[in-house]
Design a protein around this ligand. Sequence first.
Ligand code: HEM
Length: 401
Amino acid sequence: MPPGQQTRITDFSHHDSAFARDPFNTITRLLTDEPVAWSTKHDGFWVVNRFDDVTSAFRDYRTFSSQRGAAIPVLNLGGDHIPVSMDPPQHAQYRKVLNPWFTAEAIAAREDGIRAFVREVIEPLAKVGEWDFVPDVANVVPGSVILGIIGFGAQRRAEFLSRMELAMSHQASTDPDTVEQIKRDKEWIDNEILELMRARRAKPEGDLMSVLANDPLGDGNELTDEQMLGVGMLLVLAGFHTTSAAFAAMMVHLSKHPDQRQWLIEDFGRIPAAIEEIIRVYSPATAEGRYVTQDVELGGETLNAGDMVLLNIAAANKDPSKFEDPFHVDFQRDNRRAISFGWGVHRCLGQHLAKAILRIEIETVLESMPGYVVDLEKTVVSDAMGIGFVHDAVPARLVRP
Ligand code: HEM
């Protein structure tokens, strides 16, 4: 900053409703005309769109640091989340503590419990015959499972969700009333985290909080309240909306494409690849912010030390040089290079959990309500895509043969 004379200037903001209303055309424009551009929004930041540039920045954590957080602008629910706002080697210390709780094996051990819970949620809806996939399923399952892993009762999901909703849908809001309400919501969540931490210090149990509350780094120290809030808030936030967004997008897509739904019904082994494809096209995590620590060339532009950079996952995953016919949903596509869960050291901690929840939810829907129909006229896509491709409403009903 300031950008050079040749720099492409854009008014793109991932938080603008214009982006949410027309995401695919906006992404095409960014990839074609503004691969690396300086946005005048949110006090100025670079937006980086092409796959090779985004992945090379994700890999180079020394130049593209996470120390100022991963959100542009800083999230109203705080920016000092752990470990997403840390660089190695400090970052690795926390991942070492958290990773064992989220490995494929650790999640596989929870699968029966998750499946029983998902059935309890979905089967009664099939009996009633009408429901909304967003409040009735998408917003129920991931939140409950994550709260359970941390050590909050899973049944407290609704209370937490109501405190997060405003902040997640108004991430960039500067409206004083909204900011004030989000501050109160944050205080409530902070208090809950610290209360649980104190309870587990007094009497550890078998949950993640019992580990976090008691010298987790093994250096003889307890975490400070600030550190605990940094970890606790991220765990609470990171999995709720992303996983629900992916499920809602899948339900809408399968309703529009009964042939693809039938293809999954014939072989549930096809569901994991279908999930990867849905999250490539309908990114549950739109983009991640980084901070430039030293002058660097990227995509023909010079980025200066001190600049903020937005690594646009939603665009990189649709770069036509890597993904043929990129906006087409093809459940048989090879998605090994897709970066829906990020790339590099911060690659998503919860990806095995998210994939297990989604697979079990989709299987249960296809078993108990295979002929569901989404009311597409009443389906509502959120007008804020800053976080991810979120549906606010996906009303559906069962068509009985
Ligand atoms: C479909 C669902 C999900 C998607 C698409 C997703 C996406 C992502 C992405 C893109 C990042 C990278 C952030 C960065 O580079 O700055 C990330 C990190 C993270 N995710 Fe997820 N996520 C999902 C579900 C979950 C779940 C269920 C959890 C549960 C706890 C979770 C916890 C985290 C955490 C703690 C990090 C930070 C990791 C680090 O900094 O090392 N995510 N996720």
